[in-house]
Design a protein around this ligand. Structure first.
Ligand code: GDP
Ligand code: IMO
Ligand code: MG
Length: 442
């Protein structure tokens, strides 16, 4: 029995969807705590590919309850499309629950997101354009509309009308866009509300009931550590807290109920959108990683920037999240390389550092210090256990575990469920895994 947080240890798209799906078979409840439809989580089951934006990846297991928690921002239009698509694929959403205190992404949020990106010009952030920043900004400004308002009574409709008129001032005067007709928007959103109403609950209460019944709860992170609003590469971040602490805040649970935190990291690094990326590869190898890894965004289709694994960033993710162990994904993408580099430190103005700089100027100047490891140059896609892995691939994993000083509990060698090596079941097993820094494989 355990309550487990799964978080992205890099800049998102680490394969959290795949790992959540995998561990969902042991979970009674899967909770999304933050983020919105900026997330794109891919789960591949046999021939079928599921792309989830808001619905927790546990939805593919009929008995698993899936909760979209308070800390998320919900675009009802996209959520309803997602529910419809799953239903078409015969996936039931009867076990889906939505927090009444989650904030709603309204049409003006999407407009403002895109218009403000345009206005930023060379300072643009490269957002997903899904209205995430403006929705969270309204939450902080206390002009947000919550699910409870949408399904609410007359009084809330007045409030929504007031908010749309308030936003119209900004749309017209700041961005020179056409104002929205409050009546049209409200009519549309009340329709959405009627469809969503049966799913709406007090999510913190429901999670607490699961905790008291000693159920297994999985908290599925969205985005990644370096996209965290407080601890990421600000301002090139998202507007929520994708780190482990954010899972508790967003779900409405105390940190004492958490047993494990698993960090998901690719065997290399990717980033989509603007911002610093010390180990970025712009030449042939970057292209190869992008092609072999099919590195195109699930949500926006944008090409992801690719680079070597960055252990400085990895150690930072271990610290910020208190990671117990790692799930390393996409090892197979490195299969053809003759040699593989890992960034083990940064050189900043001629000084070497092992710590991730939180000063953006220092980060921009950081030159990676690499260690080069030999590639294994054979396929790992069919490896089902550590023993099946080429020795050099195992050496690579051990090197990462040593660098980050946490064990590796899961290795993923392909997109489908079966292409996974579970070294130690992080839910039921002991805390240390086989790829512990001091151990030799048998
Ligand atoms: P998430 O946002 O963290 O859930 O990750 P995404 O789904 O956006 O991106 C990860 C992509 O890599 C998806 O297309 C997955 O199907 C795919 N994937 C996951 N694990 C592996 C793996 O081990 N090998 C390969 N080749 N692809 C993988
Ligand atoms: P998953 O859950 C990768 C990035 C955007 C942009 C920045 C801000 O699939 O890992 P936003 O729209 O959130 O205001 O954009 O954050 N970003 C992601 N990158 N994976 C994600 O989610 C992301 N969600 C947001 O590209 O750089
Ligand atoms: Mg993704």
């Amino acid at each position: 029995m355990a309550n487990v947080i799964i978080i992205g240890a890099q800049w998102g798209d680490e394969g959290k969807g795949k790992i959540t799906d995998l561990l969902s078979r042991s979970a009674d409840v899967v909770v999304r705590s933050q983020g919105g439809v900026n997330a794109g989580h891919t789960v591949v089951v046999q021939e079928q590919t599921f792309k989830l934006h808001l619905i927790p990846s546990g939805i593919l297991y009929p008995e698993t309850e899936c909760i979209i928690g308070s800390g998320t921002v919900i675009d009802p239009e996209v959520l309803l499309e997602e529910i419809d698509q799953l239903k078409k694929l015969s996936i039931s959403c009867d076990n889906l629950y939505i927090s009444q205190t989650a904030h709603v992404t309204m049409p003006y949020h999407r407009l403002i997101d895109k218009a403000s990106e345009e206005r930023r010009g060379k300072y643009k952030l490269g957002t997903t354009g899904r209205g995430i920043g403006p929705t969270y900004a309204d939450k902080a400004e206390r002009t947000g509309i919550r699910i409870v308002d949408l399904i609410g009574k007359e009084k809330s409709i007045e409030k929504i009308k007031w908010t749309i008129n308030y936003k119209n001032v900004i749309l017209e005067n700041l961005y020179h866009l056409k104002p929205m007709d409050p009546e049209v928007v409200i009519a549309q959103y009340l329709e959405y509300a009627e469809v969503l109403r049966p799913y709406v609950i007090d999510s913190s209460l429901k999670i607490d009931q699961a905790v008291r019944q000693k159920k297994n709860i999985l908290f599925e992170g969205a985005q990644g550590t370096l996209l965290d609003l407080d601890h990421g590469t600000y301002p090139y971040v998202t507007s929520s807290n994708p780190i482990a602490g954010g899972a508790c805040v967003g779900a409405g649970v105390g940190p004492t109920i958490i047993d494990r935190v698993i960090g998901v990291a690719k065997a290399y690094t990717t980033r989509v959108g603007e911002g610093p990326f010390p180990t970025e590869l712009e030449g042939e190898i970057g292209e190869l990683l992008c092609d072999r890894g099919a590195e195109f965004g699930t949500t926006t289709g944008r090409r992801r920037r690719c680079g070597w694994f960055d252990a400085v960033m990895g150690r930072y993710a271990v610290r910020i999240n208190g990671l117990d162990c790692l799930a390393i994904t996409k090892l197979d993408v490195l299969d053809t390389l003759e040699e593989i580099k890992v960034c083990v430190g940064y050189s900043i103005d001629g000084n070497n550092s092992n710590d991730f700089p939180t000063d953006p100027e220092a980060l921009a100047k950081s030159q990676p210090i690499y260690e080069t490891l030999p590639g294994w140059q054979q396929s790992t896609a069919d490896c089902l256990s550590l023993e099946d892995l080429p020795k050099l691939a195992l050496d690579y994993l051990k090197f990462l575990a040593e660098q980050l000083e946490v064990p590796i509990a899961i290795v993923s060698v392909g997109a489908s469920r079966g292409q996974t090596i579970i070294i130690e079941d992080p839910i039921h097993g002991p805390k240390r895994a086989l790829l512990d820094v001091n151990r030799e494989p048998q």
